[in-house]
Design a protein around this ligand. Sequence first.
Ligand SMILES: Nc1ncnc2c1ncn2[C@@H]1O[C@H](COP(=O)(O)OP(=O)(O)O)[C@@H](O)[C@H]1O
Ligand SMILES: [Mg+2]
Length: 363
Amino acid sequence: MRQIRFEQISKSFDGEEVISGLNLEIPAGKFFALLGPSGCGKTTLLRLVAGLENVDSGKIYLGDRNITKQPIYERQINTVFQQYALFPHLSVFENIAYPLRIKRTKDKIIREKVYDVLKMIRLLGFEKKNIKSLSGGQKQRVALARALISEPEVLLLDEPLAALDPKLKEQVLIELIELQDKLKTTFIYVTHDQFEALTVADQMAIMNNDGHIEQIGTPKQIYEFPASCFVAKFVGNTNIIEGKLLEISDLFKIKVEGLGKFEVFAPAKKNWMIAGCNLFLSIRPEKIFISKKEIEGFSNHMKGRVDNIIYYGRSTQYNVILKNGKKLMVFEQNEEHFPQEIIDYDDEVNLYFQKENVVLLQG
Ligand SMILES: Nc1ncnc2c1ncn2[C@@H]1O[C@H](COP(=O)(O)OP(=O)(O)O)[C@@H](O)[C@H]1O
Ligand SMILES: [Mg+2]
């Protein structure tokens, strides 16, 4: 198993730089997700790995091997695209067998391998079916089977579930995780959907609109400790509040105009964190506790008025207008059988959050 390494990759189309000087390491045998907004260059990056596109400069390595100039068929890298790209006139069996037919593999071996992958993707019994008669989810599985039959070292998945409805998407995501776990093939999963990326990834990278990697980490690291306002806002929901750093000791003391002072525990002090600097506080909506009552035991407190309430079933979203006129979003889990407190529109509320639940971001 070998890792993929991008070294100073640049790629332009019509004089427009899509990817510039990108460095990235993708670990071997893991489920890696590349998350970024539409048009940021994700597909381009995958096409460069697959050999469907050439870099302008830079190198791509698979382990120690420089594959930058290697032809597609020598790379042991296969792709599953959003548009399934199946052959509509061929059966499920022949679609899956296709890569082996090209290699002139013996019929007996083709049969064995096709049945193996059919079993793996739970489509045994579908082999004689016409592609047109399959549902979207089934077509996607056939595309997956066709990509896996030649046992690639790396499987590239480019927004493979974009066409599926949310319930089915969830199910296929879980199947993909199980499949990767079994095969230990390196999966690179590209998506603009943060839910998909957080669900599947062992490790993920966030790409911004300029085609730069903003952050790499586990889903938990990315969600809990976003490294920039872009990441904080792009992955999950958050409240960004502008403030000024007053004092650094064990705790950071921050002043927010119109709201007062807050205490923040930051696990690592960054170079830019200098007393007097402007910064942003990122507070996830679920880390804020809302109540009409005065409650002890929280590090930080604000007051506001409920502007809007959205009921989601298992949770409720409160939009609150703070004393400084800014809006804040709060999520509460609806876990109580008998809610002790009813919060309504226009209620004056207290908002509490702990010093550990704030991420400080560069202003
Ligand atoms: N073959 C191409 N010719 C010209 N422009 C392209 C080509 N492929 C991609 N682009 C442009 O490069 C940018 C990134 O595209 P893409 O990699 O498809 O983004 P993503 O997959 O993140 O949505 C877009 O502005 C797109 O229009
Ligand atoms: Mg794309």
